[in-house]
Design a protein around this ligand. Structure first.
Ligand code: M6R
Length: 364
């Protein structure tokens, strides 16, 4: 049942305020803004290092979480693609917790990476959407993301719910390790509680994204740029666009632009820049100017202060609500999804069942 939407993907995008609200309700106690986690408790003072392993979109959730665990909790994080991790046979240092993120809980490479860590990691934690899955069953602790069934092959609501649980874990780690000021913690928790309504407001910009996507749909290639926590979101934006619209898209950390990809810039290469006005914004603006000076067309996705500060020479500027920079990866997933969705619709591709792809990759 597509609930009145044209595609499951559209329905699942629209469900995000509700399902993120559910995720938050499952993890946060109702009063006082305190954090409650499922039993058995995960005490992050017992670990000196985290290893996060996943595939595809779940891997980009892990890459985002690295910024959160490191910045908020001072906990070093290694992130790896499951198919690389399992065959590299990496050492797993003592006092390492291994975290596996998977919507289906059945991805063959992620499961094999988990089995490799059995007996090697101090703790095996999984973040899954399907609680009765193999990955959940074989973990010491499985945290459900409460996204509900996801049917579209392109992951949308599972990604934002994975991010929500990972951010809650990073906040739990920060609190366990006394790395965060309690006032800042409760501030972030109250921002998190407001996130479903901010996402709702962002979804109301649907028409702006549809128009932008229409312009994007004639491109053969696209480049996504982001800095800091927006870098994994750029990767996710490029993956979504490739998967369902078949436009060749790549993502780079903005600072890498002049180390190679700038050679690709011309008027036929749209560059999608994801940049809220955070501490790194000015650096991203100078990367944008490098693109525009070479005739590149910039689609800037930012907030109102970012739109005001950016140059007027962008091809398109899309303005999202302003949120605390820690929360922006979750919010900026929405434009990444809407752009890909509307581009695919404009091109007439099979949005829910893109060619050559399966929802769950249970073989290597
Ligand atoms: O079920 P999983 O989360 O383990 O799946 C991982 C990837 O196969 C998945 O995220 C894939 O990249 C999606 N099609 C992305 O939209």
């Amino acid at each position: 049942d597509k609930g009145g939407h044209k595609h499951f993907m559209a329905k699942e995008i629209a469900e995000q305020p509700a399902v993120i609200g559910d995720t938050l309700r499952h993890y946060l106690s109702a009063a006082g803004g305190g954090l409650t986690l499922p039993q058995p408790e995960m005490d992050f003072t017992q670990y000196d290092r985290l290893t996060l392993v996943a595939c595809g979109t779940a891997y980009y959730a892990c890459l985002t979480a690295k910024y959160w665990f490191e910045q908020l909790a001072g906990l070093p994080v290694d992130v790896d693609i499951a198919s690389e991790f399992r065959y590299r046979e990496p050492p797993v240092p003592a006092r390492t917790a291994a975290i596996f993120v998977s919507q289906s809980g059945e991805t063959a490479d992620t499961l094999a990476a988990l089995r490799y860590c059995e007996g090697r990691a101090a703790k095996i934690l999984s973040i899954v959407n399907v609680p009765e899955s193999s990955i959940a069953r074989e973990s010491d602790l499985a945290l459900p993301i409460h996204a509900g069934v996801e049917i579209g092959v392109a992951s949308t609501k599972a990604f934002t719910c994975q991010l929500t649980v990972l951010l809650l874990m990073a906040l739990k780690a920060a609190s366990d390790r006394e790395a965060i000021d309690p006032a800042r913690l409760s501030d972030l928790l109250s921002h998190l509680r407001g996130l479903p309504s901010t996402i709702n407001n962002t979804l109301e910009l649907n028409e702006d994204f549809r128009k932008a996507a229409y312009q994007l749909s004639s491109a053969e290639n696209a480049l996504f740029l982001g800095r800091g926590m927006m870098y994994p979101l750029a990767l996710e934006g490029a993956l979504k666009l490739k998967e369902i619209s078949y436009i060749h898209a790549e993502a780079y950390a903005s600072g890498e632009l002049k180390h190679g990809p700038i050679a690709l810039i011309d008027e036929k290469m749209p560059v999608i820049v994801m940049a809220p006005r955070d501490a790194l914004f000015d650096k991203t603006v100078s990367n944008m100017q490098e693109v525009m000076a070479r005739g590149g067309k910039v689609m800037l996705i930012t907030d109102a202060p970012g739109a005001a500060a950016a140059s007027e020479d962008t091809w398109l500027t899309l303005t999202l609500p302003q949120v605390d920079p820690i929360l922006s990866p979750i919010l900026y997933a929405i434009p990444a999804q809407l752009l890909a969705y509307h581009t695919a619709v404009a091109k007439g591709t099979d949005v829910d069942q893109p060619r050559n792809l399966a929802k769950s990759v249970t073989v290597e």
